[in-house]
Design a protein around this ligand. Structure first.
Ligand code: AMP
Length: 403
């Protein structure tokens, strides 16, 4: 494995796997975050005097066309990215309307230092998602160096994200800057953390988070559990949770987790009180209750004031913080306060020197909603990939580069 930052790309063709799976409506890119995210990597290669061949997937063309025959491959084209990227880079970006055709091979071969070529959607070929070796080898021939900058697909063993790496020697395959940032942040939290290490786990279901919690039991000092999943724990302990979310088939598992945590000396913190609602709706009537004394007809949709104080104190004493999942139904104004207060507590702890990583799904949406993304140490863009990393799984996209 080589390091992107120290590699000199002069006169080399960098074949970069990016994630340009951006929302495009009627040919217009409505959110360019992922394109902008790839710019530092692209610019470094160009500044070195190298050329860039970009490859990405967009949507699920073959699966969607099968379901909706009125769609065609053209509906899944990466072409709208060409002028957009060109404008951001201030140069003309070339396009090959197939990723492995003779045209693509010729355009890649003719590329001069300072030039950029974007290949058409990799998923026009079923071989991409199948991780087909021949397809990966054909792609590999297009460039001299393989750079993976698509952390969002690092948990997939696809041709362009993992299989392709075997066709490059160790010093010619590497993470791009975006992916390197994600890997460093994830490793810092899970393997090189400073204690006390607090994990804040929220969201709807305990069944979705069980693997993460299991991993954290070997690493964290404190685990804060909020959101809908907390009520399964309260019910398991004999509490009254009214109509709150509960997975009745996970009650035993919840008890087992609490026991395991106790055995390992990890403190699990559940929200002492809740903001309750008489229905799951933005215009519900609200009240508050102890989380294990919620009356029938009411449901806990946010953590309450006592819980906010309790959690904020733990967060304030932490040196490492991992946050995954909201504390309540933050999409509705009446039930966003708990999540916002926790976001503010994480921001405050970060200001005081803690390392904080917000990763995976809705907690990322929450810090963005509250305008606090730049006040935490790292916000991961790799939803599913980051979750699988936290679950202790080896990500094929990372393993392929490191091996
Ligand atoms: P997840 O994708 O598992 O992280 O769950 C995120 C979802 O959980 C969000 O859409 C929240 O609205 C929802 N959620 C959080 N707290 C609760 C709760 N107390 N009751 C029901 N849903 C909740």
């Amino acid at each position: 494995m080589s390091t992107f930052s120290t590699h000199n790309f002069a006169n080399q063709k960098a074949l970069i796997r990016v994630d340009f799976n951006v929302p495009i409506k009627n040919g217009v890119i409505t959110d360019d975050t992922r394109i902008r995210g790839a710019l530092p990597t692209i610019k470094k290669v160009l500044a070195d005097g190298g050329s860039v061949i970009l490859m990405s997937h967009w949507g699920r063309p073959l699966k969607d066309i099968e379901k909706k025959p009125n769609l065609t491959l053209a509906d899944f084209s990466l072409k709208p990215v060409v002028p957009y990227l060109g404008k951001l880079l201030g140069i003309e970006v070339q396009f090959a309307d197939d990723c492995i055709s003779d045209d693509a091979v010729k355009k890649a071969a003719d590329l001069k230092p300072g030039q950029v070529l974007l290949l058409e959607n990799l998923r026009y070929y079923k071989q991409e998602e199948k991780g087909d070796k021949d397809f990966a080898e054909k792609l590999s021939k297009l460039g001299d160096v393989y750079v993976n900058d698509a952390f969002g697909t690092a948990h997939r063993a696809h041709a362009s994200t993992a299989v392709i790496a075997q066709f490059f020697p160790g010093d010619k395959k590497m993470f791009g800057l975006l992916m390197e940032g994600e890997v460093i942040a994830a490793e810092k939290v899970m393997h090189n953390n400073q204690k006390p290490f607090t994990a804040i786990i929220g969201g709807a279901k305990v069944s979705d988070k069980i693997l993460i919690i299991e991993q954290l039991l070997d690493r964290a000092t404190d685990i804060i559990i909020g959101g809908g999943m907390a009520y399964t724990f309260f019910k398991a302990e004999g509490g009254q949770i009214g109509n709150s979310l509960c997975e009745d088939d996970r009650l035993e598992m919840a008890i087992a987790l609490l026991k395991k945590a106790q055995d390992k000396g990890v403190c699990i913190h559940l929200p002492a009180d809740s903001i309750t609602a008489d229905k799951f709706a933005a215009d519900a009537n609200t009240s508050s209750a102890l989380s294990n004394e919620i009356p029938i007809g009411w449901m806990g949709l946010d953590i309450g004031q006592m819980a906010i104080a309790q959690f904020s104190k733990i967060i304030g004493n932490s040196k490492t913080i991992l946050w995954n999942g909201p504390m309540g139904v933050f999409e509705m104004d009446k039930f966003q306060h708990g999540t916002k207060a926790i976001a503010l507590a994480v921001a405050e702890a970060t200001k005081n020197g803690a390392y904080s990583l917000v990763g995976g799904g809705d907690s990322v949406a929450a810090v963005n909603k509250f305008g606090l993304a730049d006040q935490v140490s790292y916000v991961s863009t790799g939803g599913g990939a980051m979750l699988e990393y936290f679950e202790g799984k080896e990500l094929p996209g990372i393993a392929a580069i490191k091996s």
